[in-house]
Design a binder for this molecule. Structure first.
Ligand code: TYD
Length: 137
């Protein structure tokens, strides 16, 4: 599926599936389009909680739902789109200047986030109006 929000796309990971189960590998600059500097997980999210609600100035991320499912709102300031991640075989690439919200986490949902930079609080845009202003420039 092609996303209409700019700077976002799905990446399919073929992986190895056999009678023993699934194995999916993520490799910097091979099937992940940036050098991975950080990996973090989001789990144990209670019913009804929305996370994210920010954009990044420089950061690139690849989000993989390794268990359960989660909905994403993606917004580039012009187009908004809601999509779902529910398999470790499809990752969601999110580039810079994309507002994102994660919601409707299923019970047991685990997100793994591969990131192009170390954590930097200064890279976040938390104010949606400010995000829209920056995008217009
Ligand atoms: P936050 O960005 O609010 O999570 P989300 O976007 O999923 O809603 O992060 C929660 C807290 O974790 C916040 O205090 C920042 C901290 N944090 C780190 O220290 N390192 C990290 O790599 C990340 C992603 C967050």
């Amino acid at each position: 599926m092609i996303l209409k929000v700019r700077n976002c796309r799905f990446i399919t990971f073929e992986g190895y599936r056999d009678v023993r189960g699934w194995l999916v590998a993520f490799e910097s600059l091979k099937n992940v389009p940036f050098k991975i500097k950080r990996v973090y997980t989001i789990s144990n999210v209670a019913h009804g909680v929305t996370r994210g609600k920010h954009a990044h100035v420089h950061l690139e991320q690849l989000i993989v739902c390794i268990s359960g499912s989660c909905n994403f709102l993606l917004d580039d300031g012009k187009n908004k789109e809601v999509t779902v991640l529910n398999t470790p075989q499809i990752g969601l690439y999110i580039g810079a200047y994309i507002w994102r919200e994660m919601f409707d986490f299923s019970q047991g949902c685990i997100l793994m986030v591969l990131a192009s930079e170390l954590h930097d609080a200064g890279d976040y845009i938390y104010d949606y109006e400010k995000f829209l202003e920056i995008i217009k420039r």
